[in-house]
Design a protein around this ligand. Structure first.
Ligand SMILES: [Zn+2]
Length: 302
């Protein structure tokens, strides 16, 4: 078994990366392009930069000037086009023999990893999702940023771009931070909690986990819409079951996490082009956690 965060796994598997057109080591989902204007440094010139995001269905309102001809499929969250060990190695070999780079872009694999020489390694089964990085350090932070309005302003602590449908009022978020900072929990549950409003950027994975598993449902109750609260419940229950030392039913976890992802897309993305940026590889990866449980047992193992 080889574990790590997405950039580390991409490097070791010679993948094009978790922001590329074909980002996933588990399936062959293709990214939807999003074009953003940026200014060239020290020059009064604007250029377009293309970034890929990974919704299950494409936006319904792509602006005419940003329309890109690359085909995008509609994906079934319970029946994603999975990679196999044989297919993975064949794609890597094809990419090595292709000088144009098209195979690498299309398959997401640039060449064969040195790990191909180890017979017991299977692609992608030997590379399960690291829940600490994916759920606690990435997804929990993204969810918090969406709720407090800082998602689209990296580094901002002020309330910005609030969407009334799901964003918390600033005073409510401040109050949640204070309540979390003053909460007293038994030391067996981890370190003393800190104010999430003030210190989220420096939260360790343990603190993100404590927030998600032990505090989020209490702190958000009657403060977010029923839709958002229901979405959180599915995530908290699904991940709590996934990290349990005894896994009784991976299908129950699969359905819970699938429903969480669909709720996430419905609430935050809404098939709107401008909201594509919430559809990172992080949220797509959640759909593969149950597969990793099938292969390796409890997520506490990897
Ligand atoms: Zn995938």
């Amino acid at each position: 078994m080889v574990t790590g965060d997405s950039p580390a796994i991409s490097k070791i598997l010679h993948l094009t990366g978790h922001n590329s057109y074909s980002p996933c080591r588990f399936c062959t989902i293709k990214g939807t392009p999003f074009q953003k204007k940026y200014k060239v440094k020290d020059r009064d010139v604007e250029r377009l930069k293309t970034t890929y995001y990974y919704p299950l269905t494409h936006p319904t309102d792509v602006p005419a000037e940003h329309r890109i001809s690359e085909a995008h499929h509609t994906y079934d969250p319970l029946n994603l086009p999975r990679r196999t060990n044989t297919g993975f190695i064949a794609d890597a070999t094809d990419a090595e023999n292709d000088d144009t780079g098209r195979v690498a872009k299309d398959t997401g694999i640039k060449s064969r990893s040195i790990l191909c020489r180890i017979p017991s390694i299977r692609f992608p089964y030997s590379f399960p999702i690291d829940v600490m990085h994916l759920i606690y350090l990435r997804l929990t932070r993204d969810l918090v940023a969406l709720l407090n309005g800082s998602y689209f302003e990296s580094g901002a602590s002020k309330m910005r771009n609030c969407e009334p449908a799901y964003c918390l009022q600033e005073k409510v978020w401040r109050k949640i931070g204070k309540e979390m900072g003053s909460a007293r929990i038994p030391t067996g549950y981890g370190r003393q909690t800190r104010n999430i409003d003030k210190y989220m950027k420096s939260f360790k994975s343990e603190e993100c986990a404590t927030f998600l598993h032990n505090l989020s449902l209490h702190l958000l109750r009657n403060r977010v819409s029923n839709d958002v609260y229901s979405m959180f419940m599915k995530l908290v229950l699904g991940i709590s079951l996934a990290i349990n030392y005894v896994i009784l039913d991976t299908d129950e976890i699969r359905l819970l996490l699938k429903d969480f992802v669909l709720d996430f897309y419905r609430i935050f993305y809404r098939q709107e082009y401008k909201m594509l940026r919430v559809c990172k590889y992080t949220i797509h990866s959640v759909l593969h956690i149950a597969d990793c449980l099938d292969w390796w047992g409890s997520a506490a193992n990897f």
